[in-house]
Design a protein. Structure first.
Ligand code: AMP
Length: 283
């Protein structure tokens, strides 16, 4: 495995044999089974796999958890080595945002609701850093988790609008046995909070069950999410949504499909989760 923080090294490895296909898995490290599933899928689809490990400061607001964000580079490297990854890109801030940096990628409408309403500059940071990673690695395919549903919509829009020559592959959310979606931020949760955190999955499952029994009113599905979350004293709701999976506009009536999503605070920890329901099945 090549481990490097230098763009020149990535370019040299990537273009050593230009005929080989490359899969890129962008991460912020503190790797778990969710990341591992993306890496494995990338390995199955491509000749070579690159993983970037970079905690991107521009996608955190000043009030958010950038400094506290869990970091464990040695464990990450160990995991990636065991997965036979070919290239690990670990840039520093001076490589990603060199002095004088002044270019940003702004995706407009689909970045505004849901996460965007609570985190106004978040997707500007995400789109900018992912655009840069795409230009550095020039992957054939890039792998993202359904866990961050709006991120996949925003990046799809960016790829389409700016004609990036990359195929986005979205991978199923990997969950703990009790349903909690795996996340590096789960490490923040105290034991009682960890138990309470399952409310997100329970709320989404309840709304999904109603959908499967024929409920098609968006407001009713949103109410199921809100009420279930409200019953958990340690959870503070941020949003509960039943939206169009492509535009992310809230739906009155569900036709083709719906993205059920919610965000909650448990103590200082903000957690998100979602289920994508299309024609009676979920993602
Ligand atoms: P992060 O390191 O949290 O920025 O996540 C890196 C990538 O892994 C993103 O595309 C996430 O959507 C994806 N990811 C995070 N958690 C999960 C999960 N539980 N299941 C599947 N993918 C995930």
């Amino acid at each position: 495995v090549i481990v490097t923080g230098r763009i020149e090294d990535v370019r040299r490895a990537r273009w050593g044999d230009p005929k080989l296909s490359w899969g890129l898995v962008p991460t912020m490290g503190s790797l778990h089974e969710g990341h591992r599933s993306l890496v494995r899928r990338a390995g199955a689809d491509n000749d070579r796999v690159a993983v970037s490990v970079y905690v991107n400061p521009t996608q955190f607001a000043p009030s958010e958890d950038l400094d506290a964000y869990p970091r464990d580079p040695e464990r990450d490297l160990d995991l990636l080595q065991r997965e036979n990854v070919d290239l690990v890109f670990t840039p520093g801030d001076e490589v990603m945002y060199p002095p004088g940096f002044q270019t940003e990628v702004i995706v407009r409408e689909v970045a505004k609701p849901l996460e965007g309403a609570s985190r106004p500059d978040h997707f500007k940071g995400v789109a900018t850093v992912v655009a840069k990673l795409f230009n550095v690695v020039q992957p054939s395919r890039a792998y993202f988790g359904q866990k961050d549903a709006q991120q996949t919509v925003v990046l799809r829009q960016m790829v389409r609008d700016l004609s990036f020559n990359v195929e986005l592959v979205i991978c199923t959310t990997v969950r703990e046995p009790d349903g909690l979606a795996m996340s590096s931020r789960n490490a923040y949760l105290a034991p009682a909070e960890r138990t309470a955190a399952t409310v997100l999955y329970r709320a989404l499952s309840k709304a999904r069950a109603a959908y499967e029994q024929g409920e098609r009113r968006g407001a009713v599905l949103r109410r199921i999410l809100t009420k279930t979350i409200a019953a958990e004293p340690l959870a503070r709701p941020d949003y509960a949504s039943a939206a169009d999976p492509d535009t992310l506009a809230e739906l009155d009536y569900i036709g083709d499909g719906v993205l059920l999503s919610a965000a909650i605070f448990i103590g200082k920890t903000r957690l998100i989760d979602n289920m994508l329901l299309t024609n009676g099945s979920d993602f």
